[in-house]
Design a protein around this ligand. Structure first.
Ligand code: SF4
Ligand code: SF4
Length: 461
């Protein structure tokens, strides 16, 4: 040993990493990177994907025998592929926290359930009425009660329907009142809209900008006639040209997410439509992004769906991989707002729902905007069971299969509404983790440190 080495401090511990509590994450999935010796490993709890050399993979396989000060441990831990705590218990805690106090509330407001389109896979039955002035008053009062009970000040609104742009006056008036409410309490207000895009004009877009709408989801189901075959006007008539023209010519101050409902009749256009949307974004200068979503069954859609061939399992799996790889993020304890008491849907009659698929179904409403008060959520609900059944699907650890499932941090047991009404719905590519890892690897890139940094940044958001 050199004189220099003999003066170095000897580590005070001789523990192994295993003795120190380190273990390989239960939420790693891996795939060999084709044409290389590298292995891509995604950690679904931390939301990180990176590639590893054969030596790193070997060190991972003998992790618990390594010295706890081995330098690889910090790197592995930073990417979440090893940890020192019970991730399953952490997920359960995150699920319970969905109903903890919140900085803000989320309202999905349907100013009308009427729609100018008649899409065969739509899960809603359309009623043409618009939200009355009394119900609008109830919505504002409900928002105030929810903020009081949450101890928060921020309001997030999603305009939904039906087609919300059939009632632009209600959007503007309610937005002004809700923005004022957030401001009074020193909070932030933000909104988004789900629209078919047909009624967008520069005046409407300017109004949405005044109403703090920061994102829009517009559905385009294929190129030209393919889109028009399913997304046609109520009573018939094409819509593709007008929607595309709106996105091309209007100056849009918000992001547009173009959703492609992929079914048997349009799946062959996934790549072409993706390319078309990318060109549309470049040519217009608007921020427009494409994403594919497999069409799956719902009660109403199943009845109407006779006109639309649903995807077979392998197609749904392929589309699901693309969809999920595009929104990979850190693990979560609940699936959607249906699991949180601070997020409600309100139809044009003031009925409250936990889920977008339920907004037109008063039989599974849990209360009304007029009466419900989250400070006394069960006494003021007209049907408390319709509230608790959704809240209690957050992180379904009582479900043996979900509890042991590697996908739990991403899937969290799947859509609560489907779980309640048609049974557990596993992710389409559950048995094909390699495809998903390779899609993530292709998206995130090969540079491990970049990937880890991106992940760190994502976790701070
Ligand atoms: S319960 Fe399912 S359908 Fe309803 S809002 Fe959540 S994810 Fe969407
Ligand atoms: S629903 Fe299926 S894929 Fe999702 S966590 Fe449960 S068992 Fe896993």
């Amino acid at each position: 040993m050199s004189a220099r080495n003999s003066t170095q401090e000897t580590p005070s511990t001789t523990r192994t990493a295993g003795d120190a509590g380190w273990h390989v994450s239960r939420y790693n999935i891996a795939a060999q990177v084709p044409g290389t010796k590298m292995t891509a490993i995604a950690n679904l709890f931390k939301g990180n994907c990176a590639e590893y050399t054969p030596i790193e993979c070997y060190l991972l396989s003998v992790l618990e025998e390594l010295d706890e000060n081995h330098p690889i441990i910090e790197r592995f831990a930073k990417r979440g592929i090893i940890c020192k705590f019970d991730e399953q218990a952490a997920l359960e805690t995150m699920g319970r926290a969905a109903c903890a106090g919140s900085h803000g509330i989320g309202l999905t407001i349907c100013p009308t359930m009427g729609c100018n389109f008649d899409c065969p896979y739509c899960f809603e039955d359309h009623f043409a009425g618009k939200m009355s002035a009394d119900v609008q008053d109830d919505v504002v009062a409900l928002a105030g009660r929810m903020l009081d009970a949450a101890g928060g000040s921020n309001i997030s609104v999603t305009w939904f329907g039906g087609e919300p742009l059939l009632a632009p006056g209600i959007i503007e008036s309610l937005s002004n009142r809700l923005m004022a409410l957030a401001e009074e309490r020193g909070g932030k207000y933000v909104a988004g809209i789900i629209t078919n895009g047909y009624l967008l004009t520069q005046d409407v877009v300017d109004m949405l900008e005044r109403c703090q709408v920061k994102s829009a989801q517009v559905t385009i189901d294929g190129l030209g006639a393919t889109h028009d075959a399913t997304r046609h006007l109520a009573g018939g008539g094409p819509t593709f040209e007008r929607i595309v023209n709106n996105l091309r010519t209007l100056k849009l101050p918000f992001k547009v997410h173009v959703r492609h409902n992929v079914h048997e009749g349009n799946r062959h256009e996934v790549d072409e439509l993706n390319e078309f949307i990318n060109e549309l974004a470049k040519g217009s200068g608007n921020e427009i992004h494409y994403y594919p979503a497999p069409v799956t069954g719902s009660e109403t859609a199943d009845e109407r769906g006779k006109q639309v061939g649903l995807l077979c399992d392998s197609d749904a799996s392929e589309i699901g991989v693309r969809q999920e790889a595009g929104r990979f993020s850190t693990g979560r304890g609940h699936y959607c707002g249906a699991n949180s008491i601070w997020v409600v849907g309100i139809d044009e009659r003031g009925n409250l729902q936990k889920c977008w698929e339920a907004v037109d179904k008063p039989q599974i409403s849990f209360g009304t905007a007029h009466d419900w008060d989250p400070s006394d959520p069960f006494a003021t609900a007209s049907n408390p069971d319709n509230l608790t059944m959704y809240l209690n699907t957050a992180n379904p650890v009582p479900d043996d299969e979900c509890r042991e499932c590697v996908w739990l941090p991403s899937c969290v047991g799947g859509c609560p509404h489907k779980r309640l009404f048609s049974g557990r719905q596993c992710i389409a590519f559950k048995d094909d983790p390699e495809s998903y890892v390779l899609a993530l690897h292709a998206r995130i890139g090969e540079n491990k440190d970049d990937a880890a940094q991106k992940d760190d940044a994502a976790q701070k958001d």
